[in-house]
Write a protein that binds this ligand. Structure first.
Ligand SMILES: Cc1cc2nc3c(=O)[nH]c(=O)nc-3n(C[C@H](O)[C@H](O)[C@H](O)COP(=O)(O)OP(=O)(O)OC[C@H]3O[C@@H](n4cnc5c(N)ncnc54)[C@H](O)[C@@H]3O)c2cc1C
Length: 307
């Protein structure tokens, strides 16, 4: 049986895996893909050691380091359930339609988050055909076009600021009367000449055949409205990828994993690191650091089990 399974192969998973390899632990990494949200991070100017890089380049560097350390990495596996039986864990998932299961004495959960969807008509069909959740990734595709953003927090505000430099016009659709982000961003957005703020508006659908053509919304009086756009960027929050541990009782009400400073969860032998953890800062350097912490704590846990 493995000593450790690391679920997730991006920032937190790589941080943990490199330390595990150098400690010669008996472990493997299982991940759906190796990019995670790191690959979607666009331009990155705040990761130590790099003056400037981008998500694709940095995740490639992470992958190179996994290979350099000859780490056993299995990608394409979607983990669906983690169970604890006695002192060990069973990790169950799917590779395509094939069932997979693995056993280990400990698990580090490093599965990150995914963007919340609106759940309105056309959203899924027009994803990557105009509908996007990442302006740093897809914004440049809309140079001199008309786009909309949906959301009112910091991510939406940053997206509006970015898109206003690229697009001809940005409609900023917000369901509340005002934005709820940092004052400095709100001020900047309100001064932009090519941004039209549509407040108290409920987005109801995306219209288009091959590509997005219109966003539908209800205005504050409940009247149905449409705006013509080429792109729409949805920024209404994030959802942690924690469905596989719901039954283990380690989640806080928002669905993030409750972990202490040593990255221990309430279940002995289960550790968590990165965006999936209930701290409000989602950054690559934090995820890497937490991955390393989780690994060192897991190593000490395994050593004690062996005695
Ligand atoms: C648009 C954008 C811009 C950003 N810009 C920056 C920036 O400039 N600087 C910065 O420091 N941070 C930035 N971030 C934040 C950064 O991307 C995250 O903090 C970082 O990616 C978190 O790493 P992670 O390893 O915790 O999760 P992720 O990078 O999300 O990786 C999760 C891993 O888990 C795997 N996984 C998920 N679910 C499953 C499952 N069920 N089964 C198997 N595998 C699974 C994925 O395949 C992936 O390997 C940005 C984020 C976004 C969205």
């Amino acid at each position: 049986m493995l000593d450790l399974i690391i679920v997730g192969g991006a920032a937190a998973g790589t941080g943990a895996a490199v330390y595990a390899a150098r400690a010669k632990m008996n472990f493997k990494v299982i991940a759906h893909d190796l990019g995670g949200e790191v690959a979607n991070s666009g331009e990155i100017g705040n990761y130590p050691g790099f003056n400037e890089t981008n998500g694709i380049e940095l995740s490639q560097k992470f992958n190179d380091q996994l290979k350099f350390n000859e780490i056993d990495v299995e990608t394409g596996v979607m983990v669906e359930k983690i169970e604890k039986t006695g002192t060990h864990f069973i990790v169950r998932g799917k590779h395509g339609t094939q069932d997979k299961s693995y056993e280990a004495k400990s698990v580090i959960l490093a599965t990150g988050v995914h963007p919340r969807h609106l759940g309105v008509s056309g959203e899924d069909n027009l994803y990557q055909k105009g509908v996007s959740y990442c302006s740093t990734c897809d914004g440049p595709l809309f140079r001199n076009k008309v786009v909309a953003t949906i959301g009112g927090g910091n991510t939406a505000l940053e997206s509006i600021l970015l898109l206003s430099n690229i697009a001809e016009k940005v409609y900023a659709i917000n369901k509340n009367a005002d934005f709820k982000g940092e004052a400095v961003y709100i001020e900047k957005v309100k001064q932009l000449k090519n941004v039209e703020i549509i407040s108290e508006a409920q987005t109801t659908g995306f219209i288009g055949d091959q590509m997005l053509k219109e966003v539908e919304y209800k205005d504050k009086d409940g009247a149905a409205k449409k705006i013509e756009v080429s792109g729409a960027f949805v920024h209404i929050g994030i959802i942690p990828n924690t469905g596989m541990v719901v039954d283990l009782g380690v989640l806080e009400p928002g669905g993030f994993v409750e972990a202490n400073l040593l990255m221990e969860t309430k279940v002995p032998g289960l550790f968590a690191a990165g965006d999936v953890v209930n701290i409000p800062y989602n950054q690559i350097s934090i995820a890497v650091g937490q991955g390393v912490t989780a690994l060192l704590t897991a190593q000490s846990y395994i050593n004690k089990l062996g005695k």
